[in-house]
Design a protein around this ligand. Structure first.
Ligand code: PLP
Length: 402
């Protein structure tokens, strides 16, 4: 047997994939086969927008290929793209960000990996909320550090607050890794609380990493603000972002991070060695994300996601599937299934088999709420959501409430 590195022991399997495989197997069965009068599976387990790149972005990609303009770019990204991203912070979030602080990466994933490798080492601890996106704690683990999950309930919007950070901070704590809005909950940290966290972490000489991949998809003015707008955030706040969600470019593998000026050169050195650069094709195409035509389309889509949220959350509540905190961003509703089942895993498999609706059980997102909570992704059109709700109602109605 080939010996593998011990760091793999700290990386858990992605259970969601098992559910997705089971959903696909059921989807191929006669009960789901539309040609045989079946009821096709509705996939509400997918963390990916149902929208794709805009026409302007697609045209830019074709032009790039036709011109053969596909050589390596600088490791930090095309200067023109860094400038456009920087300008977008000004127009969309009212925050001034110097283009030199932006490093373009292969998705938020590569940005998170680079940031973790640049900052954390063996023996370090990083505080994160439970529930949170599983890969984020694995980036910390892959850097040799320990992700310390702090249970975060509905009262704290399923997020860390300054008090919980202060309580958990120990001699080995190096910082916090937050996601706002969050996957799986769609809930954000209120700007005032985020400022309190940043100040608490700063006071202790740590670093605040904020995954803002869903910030573009924010539905509530009270929450849709970048942590980069907090006073002094140039020095110790790292913001991670991506073209995947708001810009609908998941498979293009393109993201970025905004770094404190002193971290740009160390991260550049790492990026040169690990990746050379992010995809040139994706970068040249992404320049067109900031054309007025594309931006209008993204805003239209944001409205569409908001409409879905506004339909879905009350509909789930009416089924007895409580959504304790209304999502203010992203495309996830995090609901409590404990009225019907003691295990969210069993609940999801049951709904997959009986209602032909695929959902994501809480297990991947941390142990605290794993058995009670389910993530539903509303990255599907309203008619499909309505159909899914009708089917869930059909199955849950006769089901014994516990
Ligand atoms: C919170 C969060 N961070 C990061 C990522 C990774 O995104 P990317 O496609 O930009 O690598 C995801 C993807 O689902 C996510 O939900």
């Amino acid at each position: 047997m080939m010996r593998t590195a011990s760091r793999l022991e700290h990386i858990e399997p992605f259970y969601v994939m098992e559910c997705a495989k089971a959903a696909d197997a059921i989807a191929r069965s006669p009960e789901c086969d539309a040609a045989r009068g079946g009821e096709p599976m509705i996939y509400l387990n997918i963390g990916e927008p149902d929208f794709t790149a805009t026409p302007a972005v697609q045209r830019a990609a074709v032009q790039c290929l036709d011109a053969g303009a596909t050589q390596y770019t600088p490791a930090t990204g095309l200067p023109a793209l860094r400038s456009r991203i920087a300008a977008w912070y000004g127009t969309r979030f009212g925050v001034t960000v110097a283009p030199e602080r932006i490093v373009v990466t292969a998705g938020a994933s590569a940005a998170l990996q680079l940031a973790c490798l640049a900052l954390f080492e063996t023996g370090d601890e990083v505080l994160m909320p439970d529930p949170s996106y599983p890969c984020n704690r694995h980036f910390v683990a892959a850097a040799g550090a320990l992700a310390l999950l702090l249970p975060a309930g509905a009262a704290a919007r399923f997020q860390l607050d300054a008090a919980s950070v202060a309580r958990a901070w120990g001699p080995r704590t190096r910082g916090v890794l937050l996601a706002s809005p969050s996957n799986p909950t769609g809930t954000s940290i209120a700007p005032r609380e985020m400022a309190a966290i940043v100040h608490e972490v700063r006071r202790r000489g740590g670093v605040t990493l904020v995954d803002e991949i869903y910030l573009g998809l924010s539905y509530d003015e009270a929450f849709g603000h970048s942590a980069l707008g907090i006073a002094g955030a140039g020095d110790d706040v790292i913001s991670i972002n991506s073209f995947s969600k708001y810009f609908g470019m998941t498979g293009w593998r393109l993201g970025w991070m905004v770094l404190p000026p002193a971290l740009v050169a160390p991260v550049e050195k790492l990026a040169q060695n690990l990746y050379i650069c992010a995809s040139t094709l994706a970068q040249r195409a992404a320049l067109a994300c900031f054309e007025p035509e594309s931006l209008e389309e993204y805003e239209r889509r944001r409205e569409e996601f908001r409409r879905r949220r506004d339909y879905l959350v009350p509909a789930l509540q009416a089924l007895g599937l409580d959504v304790p905190v209304v999502p203010d961003g992203a495309f996830y509703a995090w609901f409590d299934c404990s009225r019907y089942s003691a295990s969210s895993w069993d609940f999801c498999f049951e709904m997959m088999r009986r209602a032909h609706v695929a959902l994501t059980p809480g297990r991947d997102f941390g142990p605290a709420l794993a058995e009670r909570f389910v993530r539903l992704s509303f990255a599907s059109g309203l008619p499909q959501l309505e159909q899914a709700v009708a089917r869930l109602g059909r199955e849950l109605g006769p089901m014994q409430e516990r």
